[in-house]
Design a protein around this ligand. Structure first.
Ligand SMILES: Cc1cc2nc3c(=O)[nH]c(=O)nc-3n(C[C@H](O)[C@H](O)[C@H](O)COP(=O)(O)OP(=O)(O)OC[C@H]3O[C@@H](n4cnc5c(N)ncnc54)[C@H](O)[C@@H]3O)c2cc1C
Length: 349
């Protein structure tokens, strides 16, 4: 049985693991490592310490299916809708710029529930706090080194972390990349932004009617969401949460500062936009150094093969585009390469 390591328990890694299991069933042993303490990656849902019933989406907010993707990824949308992971976005949104035939979906249990759904379907062995630091070719397999402990050997390795983090790996990745591949990866550009979640006590009811507001004419804040209203869930008994995203220029300007120093600037701007906001019981700030992909790998099928035997392949939103459908595209394209590499008929071709 082939042992496949997927690095990254974000959306691309989880969909890739799920598709691989469905396609190759028990012919493959799938292992997923993530350096974080939980799954989701940039589709993360955070909880404040001591207030476990609260939660807030710090990264991706909702899923938008264009009419073309609603058709081509119909099986993914039906699966998530029928299992209750996705629901149509019904809440009041101010200032959203979308085409009329786009369909927007929210996640009642938070964005990370999409990733958790695919991970659970994959039956993969999932390990958190497994930070990959190096990938070394070792005959017909890969030796994968991690920060916290001993190296392990795999028949194929799939890298789904943001491109700069792939380029930071020790070992053979850098040497195996062709000049053209290196140039393509060096050209990937991400936006950066900060996100702040504010958690409020149970008796708080906001005075404004909207669930989501896109803010224009503010150099710091571009987006505010009342998380439970956006998700169409009931916050009574636990209290609402508010999520604030900063603009990309603000994120870039403050990128090298500690989030603890930037948080008060964001909160001050928020108090100007929403002067009646009550006092939160907990606040969490996140710096997204790699937020959404601004320039993806050009002319790319959704992945890049670094070596075909033993297989070392990378994918993720940088190899397609930065949203749900981009990650699914990338995972689907990696599945065909993995199938060809891991099955005897595929290898014979
Ligand atoms: C603020 C923000 C708002 C967004 N809004 C939306 C939205 O509304 N709708 C939408 O569809 N998309 C949105 N996106 C984009 C969407 O979140 C991403 O396209 C998607 O989550 C990318 O998934 P991924 O699996 O490719 O990468 P990631 O989610 O980045 O997953 C990579 C994983 O690899 C792990 N990792 C990194 N390095 C290592 C290592 N060395 N060893 C082990 N593990 C490692 C990370 O911990 C991470 O879990 C948003 C993103 C952000 C940040």
């Amino acid at each position: 049985m082939s042992r496949v390591l997927i690095v990254g328990a974000g959306l691309t890694g989880s969909v890739c693991a799920c598709l691989l299991r469905r396609e190759l069933q028990n012919k493959v042993h799938i292992v997923v490592w993530d350096k974080a303490r939980g799954s989701g990656g940039r589709m993360s849902t955070t909880r404040p310490p001591d207030h476990l019933s609260h939660s807030a989406d710090l990264g991706a907010q909702y899923i938008t299916a264009t009419s073309a993707y609603a058709q081509s990824h119909q099986s993914f949308y039906s699966e998530l809708l029928s299992s209750g992971v996705l629901q149509p976005l019904l809440a009041q949104v101010e200032g959203m710029k979308h085409k009329d035939d786009d369909r927007n979906y929210v996640t009642p249990l938070g964005m990370c529930s999409v990733v958790k759904h695919f991970l659970s379907e994959s039956g993969a062995d999932l390990f958190f706090e497994h930070h990959v630091t190096g990938v070394y070719r070792c005959g017909a397999s890969w030796e994968v080194e991690r920060k916290e402990g001993a190296s392990e050997t795999f028949d194929a390795v799939v890298l789904t972390m943001p491109v700069p983090q792939i380029l930071q790996l020790q070992g053979d990745v850098g040497q195996l990349l062709s000049v053209q591949q290196r140039r393509q990866l060096d050209g990937v550009v991400y936006s950066s932004r900060f996100a702040v979640a504010l958690f409020f006590p149970p008796d708080v009811v906001f005075s404004f009617p909207w669930a989501v507001r896109y803010v224009t004419n503010n150099s710091c804040i571009c987006y505010i969401a009342v998380d439970d209203r956006k998700r169409n869930t009931d916050a009574s008994g636990r209290g609402p949460s508010l999520v604030v995203h900063t603009s990309v220029p603000f994120g870039l300007e403050h990128l090298e500062r500690d989030k603890e120093d930037v948080q008060p600037i964001i909160l001050l701007e928020l108090s100007k936009l929403l002067p009646d906001l009550p006092q939160p019981i907990s606040i969490k700030c996140q710096k997204w150094r790699y937020s959404q992909v601004l320039t993806s790998v050009p002319d790319c099928p959704g992945h890049m093969i670094i070596l075909d035997q033993p297989l070392l392949i990378c994918g993720g939103d940088a190899f397609s585009h930065s949203n749900f459908d981009g990650c699914v595209e990338s995972a689907l394209s990696m599945l065909s390469v993995l199938k060809a590499s891991l099955t005897p008929t595929g290898r014979a071709n």
